[in-house]
Design a protein around this ligand. Structure first.
Ligand code: URA
Length: 238
């Protein structure tokens, strides 16, 4: 028997196994007109969404291209780089911050400055790595002198965090700080009262918690963020 015939035989066996278990369809979503994978790189199908990880990566790249040399709001005037976001397109956990700071603006990467160190350490205490999660911000350009992002700036950038969320489709989002929490939950309740409970953003549970920069100034509140992180981990494992 040649290797092709052997593969077909194995595939048939696997299909029969799924059929016996009562499956009428395989739990995968294929794109392309003939329903077959169109690229050799599409080897990994997300167990959660049934969407190829490579398709999510491609969708994110296309979204980034669409942002282009963005001039949709005034923040474009002072930025060095657009900080799109980074991490696994197939992440179960997504962190959303406020907006890039100085170091992020220089490196075009989210949370790589001092607040980033606090976030990276939280991620690793959660048993994860930065590469396994996805990190983005509600505004993609640095507000001048790190001022708070304004409503019209968050509005102009809004479609991009929406679409990043839809593409990645994480199991849980952690909203870091007042502005991310406000944008994702729609609530104006202070973060100290908002945190610790799940809300919903585009059908995905959102846990608001303190911003890492706040935790640098108020290290005694770190345990509260750790409590929030425990709830998040429990929710991911459900
Ligand atoms: N603070 C944020 O909210 N986002 C970053 O990327 C860095 C600092």
């Amino acid at each position: 028997m040649d290797s092709k015939t052997e593969i077909i035989k194995d595939l048939r066996k696997a299909m029969e196994f799924y059929q016996e278990l009562g499956f009428e369809h395989l739990p995968v979503k294929l794109s392309g007109t003939d329903g077959a994978p169109t690229s050799a790189t599409r080897s990994k199908v997300s167990e959660r969404s049934g969407v190829y990880t490579a398709d999510k990566a491609k969708a994110l790249k296309e979204l980034q291209k669409e942002i282009g040399d963005c001039r949709r709001c005034g923040l474009s005037k002072g930025r060095a780089n657009i900080v799109f976001g980074e991490g696994s397109p197939d992440a179960e956990l997504m962190f959303v911050g406020e907006g890039p700071g100085r170091e992020e603006d220089i490196q075009a990467r989210p949370f790589v400055g001092d607040a980033g160190k606090v976030l990276t350490s939280l991620i690793s205490r959660m048993g994860l790595s930065r590469e396994e999660v996805y990190i983005a911000n509600v505004v993609k350009c640095r507000p001048p002198s790190n001022r708070n992002p304004e409503e019209d700036e968050m509005e102009a950038c809004g479609p991009f965090i929406e679409r990043q969320t839809d593409i990645i489709s994480p199991k849980v989002i952690v909203a870091l700080g007042r502005f991310a929490a406000r944008r994702l939950t729609g609530s104006r309740i202070p973060i100290s009262r908002l945190r610790g409970k799940f809300y919903e953003y585009r059908g995905i549970p959102v846990m608001p918690t303190f911003h890492p920069a706040y935790l640098m100034r108020n290290p005694r509140d770190k345990w509260l963020t750790w409590e929030d992180a425990q709830q998040v981990l429990k929710r991911i494992k459900k």
